[in-house]
Ligand binder design. Structure first.
Ligand code: FA5
Length: 343
């Protein structure tokens, strides 16, 4: 048995030496040392038939042989890994002396992103939290939670993209879907904005797209009133369109506010005199707003007898169009490089 062990060792060490890859090495390891059917394991089964001193000596030799084979396998593994790494490093080497290629085109922000970033900074400076909301939204948060129950006619004015096979999901039609999410999460007092993409299944024209951006804001607290709302919105309009800009509010119905208003600013092109852009009115519509409806506060877990608040929603895309003099909204999502390179 001792000579068989010696022979196994010699053959095993030669076999390890000849191996060229890791898979071959693993196979050899199993062939030699595998618990079931491994050559050494099989040989060792004969130990039990030996007696006394012979058993002791053979056992000792078997341990030495096993150790030597294991060491040879480990050394080979190390050698193969080092080779692999060396190959990788060689492949990935960078010639740091090579001069850089000239930059042909530098990326930049989309006009929607420019105005979104600018307003997020502005609102942050007034202590507003900047939140995110999902674009694929539940029917509940998009409609029901903001006081637009299933049978409400206001649902018809939002041409909604529904999701096949998921009757309770919609592509959000407005960022007002974030209102109740924020109230439920943060409670009162609350001062937050949330901006992003909205979707409406409507025929597109120069002022309407199926995908556009809005910026929503909600302020809730014990003494928050309509005058606060006017002050904040005026500050925003003057920030975007200049310090001379005037703002006016006119009554408008939105199910989630009471009273509700439609906000307009003096046309920056004609300074309120009347032109093509403002359809000779001197005013441009830029947002909807109002005092948060008690039903919405309740849905958000806020007691309307203790707290009240205001909410507003800017058409961010509309703001970008006005700020940068873009005449056709469809250019914004067109991927037209000639158009985009101007910003
Ligand atoms: C709303 O969506 C309300 N959620 C806004 C609001 C929030 C009111 C909070 C009160 C309190 P409205 O459907 O009017 O309202 O849309 C608001 C703005 O989004 C519009 O003034 C317009 O600028 C923009 N908008 C709406 N539909 C489109 C469209 N298809 N393409 C581009 N902009 C659009």
């Amino acid at each position: 048995m001792q000579s068989k062990l010696e022979q196994l060792k010699t053959e095993a060490l030669l076999a390890v030496k000849a191996i060229k890859d890791k898979i071959g090495l693993e196979e050899l390891e199993i062939k030699l040392l595998g618990r079931k059917g491994g050559e050494l394991t099989n040989l060792l089964k004969g130990l039990k038939d030996l007696s006394g001193e012979a058993r002791k000596q053979t056992g000792q030799l078997a341990n030495e042989v096993k150790k030597e084979i294991e060491e040879a396998l480990a050394a080979k593994k190390h050698e193969l890994s080092a080779k692999e790494m060396g190959g990788l490093l060689e492949k990935e080497s960078i010639d740091i002396t090579q001069p850089s290629l000239p930059i042909k085109a530098r990326g930049h922000f989309h006009p929607n992103t420019l105005i979104q970033n600018d307003l997020e900074d502005f609102f942050s400076s007034m202590g507003f939290m900047v939140l995110d909301g999902p674009e694929l939204e539940s029917d509940y948060y998009n409609f029901t939670a903001v006081n637009i129950p299933a049978t409400h006619p206001a649902r018809d004015s939002h041409d909604t993209f529904y999701i096949k096979g998921h009757p309770d999901w919609v592509m959000r039609t407005h960022t007002s879907s974030v209102q109740v999410r924020a109230m439920q999460k943060y409670g009162a007092p609350l001062r937050m904005i949330s901006s992003g993409k909205c979707f409406r299944n409507e025929a597109t024209d120069v002022r309407h797209e199926h995908t556009f951006y809005q910026l929503e804001g909600v302020v809730v607290g014990k003494d928050v009133n309509f005058a606060h709302m006017k002050g904040v919105l005026e500050a925003v309009c003057q920030h975007v369109f200049g310090p001379e800009t005037k703002m006016r509010l006119r009554p408008k119905f939105y199910p989630f506010v009471e009273p509700g208003v439609n906000g307009e600013v003096t046309c920056f092109l004609c300074q309120g005199k009347g032109c093509k852009l403002c359809k000779q009115t001197g005013w441009l519509e830029v947002f909807g707003a109002g005092m948060v409806h008690p039903n919405v506060l309740k849905e958000g877990g806020i007691d309307p007898k203790v707290n009240q608040g205001f909410a507003f929603g800017f058409g961010l895309t509309r703001l970008a169009m006005l700020k940068y003099g873009i005449e056709d909204i469809r250019l914004l999502e067109s991927g037209n490089m000639k158009f985009l390179e101007q910003f």
